[in-house]
Design a protein around this ligand. Sequence first.
Ligand SMILES: Nc1ncnc2c1ncn2[C@@H]1O[C@H](COP(=O)(O)OP(=O)(O)O)[C@@H](O)[C@H]1O
Ligand SMILES: [Mg+2]
Length: 251
Amino acid sequence: MSAFLETLQLGRTFGGLKAVDDVSIAIQQGELVGLIGPNGAGKTTLFNLISGFTAPTSGEVRLKGERIDGLTPHDIAQRGIGRTFQNLRIFPNISVFDNVTVGAIGHENIGLGSILPWQKAKSDRITQKSFEALQAVGLLEEADQLAANISYGKRKYLEIARALAMQPDLLILDEPAAGLNETETQHLASFISRLHQEGRTIILIEHDMRLVMSICQRVIVLASGRKICDGTPDMVQKDTGVLEAYLGVDE
Ligand SMILES: Nc1ncnc2c1ncn2[C@@H]1O[C@H](COP(=O)(O)OP(=O)(O)O)[C@@H](O)[C@H]1O
Ligand SMILES: [Mg+2]
């Protein structure tokens, strides 16, 4: 059986820098996998390669056996990969609800402002999906507020809601806990766990090692663009190569 998501000897260079260097990973359906590594290890670039925001210079990305490298971010989102960004991409001057709708619209491929009856059905579906996504992250009450007016912590959930509105088969989260306090981080950890228990496949980039180790069954470690370890949290924590990679970098 082929993996749900696979990268095969995937690489991306920027000038002379190998940001992602010959990385092969396989994610099975229903897994919650942590992706860790020191700053500059290539984690975000790997996510960009998977979601189509960056084109690879070598290698392949396969989703359910089909090559998706070279497709646009929009096409990849349509095929079922939803993501969040390390630097939030929230539109501050529109409502929380409208921020989520942007995600749902992407999925339905609807023309904005269309009035045809079948488009109306689509737009009802978008409204419903958007409300469901907001409910899932606990932001229903804030639906009408301007995104600029909700707290930073809530904006992180808003990003997740936008990705969820696309009803992705695979959710990739880039440092969702960055900037959150201890209590908020714990809340987020149980939220991600719940998404996983509901059957979602998730890859989680996270700086907060305790969060990763507590909720992921498997952890992949990148350092200087290369995969240096792939195993259970226990294995990864005992791996001397991983320890050296972290010690070698000023954080
Ligand atoms: N668009 C880009 N242009 C040039 N260099 C980049 C670009 N994106 C990332 N890099 C470089 O690639 C390396 C990996 O970056 P990144 O994937 O953001 O690491 P991480 O997310 O693990 O901190 C870094 O050295 C970074 O400076
Ligand atoms: Mg990053």
